[in-house]
Design a protein around this ligand. Sequence first.
Ligand SMILES: [Mg+2]
Length: 368
Amino acid sequence: MDGERIIIHCDMDAFFAAVETLHHDLDPEVPLILGSDPQNGRGRGIVSTCNYAARKYGIHSAMAISEAWRRCPGAPIGEGMYMRSTRGLYRRASRKVMEILATEADRFEKASVDEAYLDITSKVDGDWDSALALARELQSRILQRLGLSSSFGIGPTRIVAKMSSEENKPAGIHMVRSGEVMNFFADRPTREVPGIGPSSANRLAEWGIETMDEAYAMGELALARVTSERFAKWAIRVVEGETSNQVSPLRSRKSIGKEYTFDKDQTDMQIVIEKLAILIDKVVDRMRGMGISARVAEVKIRYAGFETHTNHRSIPVAMDEGGIFHRLARRLFAQNCDFDRPVRLIGFRVGGLEMPDTKQTTLDWEEE
Ligand SMILES: [Mg+2]
């Protein structure tokens, strides 16, 4: 045991849209939708991401671009502004954000292009008030130096820190001290917990379990009877603040992956997405067969002409559930693939592997 830790999770607010807004000096009140060409509502592609003004129309990433157009058309019909994503811009902005964050962390972990975990226990001498002050300081530094808005969550575990950064978005800071974790989960819908997907939450609801404190109140034995032993044990630990508090740079070497090269460079993105789904199933099967779980998902895209891009994203706790990796991969693909370019190869890989004894798990009966 290495004692209580103070973990910060930083999540940039509508990052891609914010970077574009800054770069093109746009009005943040105008709905901005990044993604493939909407073709006046006939476009076949998807939304990569959008700003908060567009979210008010119910637009979100991975939505069909035609649906986004239906909700908020672009010129000359409506006020929506449609743009392609400019990847290089985000990478540069991300590097600057990460530099600011990393300097203040005892241990630092970039979780995605716009998300990071910081272990600041020693930095603030274990003092929660100092931790809150540090988060405020980092938030204002990012705003002042880069003009970008960010949200911070502070907590004793990765899950609590991550969920806290969602609490008061955008430009929010939320702190849950170690003694307040149980209170944090009171009336907390199960579906808000990373690792409990929508279908798991629905299954729990069938048993009358809507919130985390309801799950906790059942006790581990009764909960195990309606879910599984592994899930029950994990859920109890989540509420007690006993899940992982380890922050470490990605161990990308240890990974399991599969790739597929198309016979002819593929221009139909639907086919590429279907192939990706098959690769994910294979990787997850392999992983489960080996009895391990993973914390990092990576999607690799090679375009015609061999230019290759890999993008990864990490989750707060290691999982072995297919649904989670499908969602992560779909999002990574939506946000990073250039839909105008023929694809030569698609690949999927998991990293941050963990062995069974340290594994936290989700509902292992969530199989479709
Ligand atoms: Mg974000």
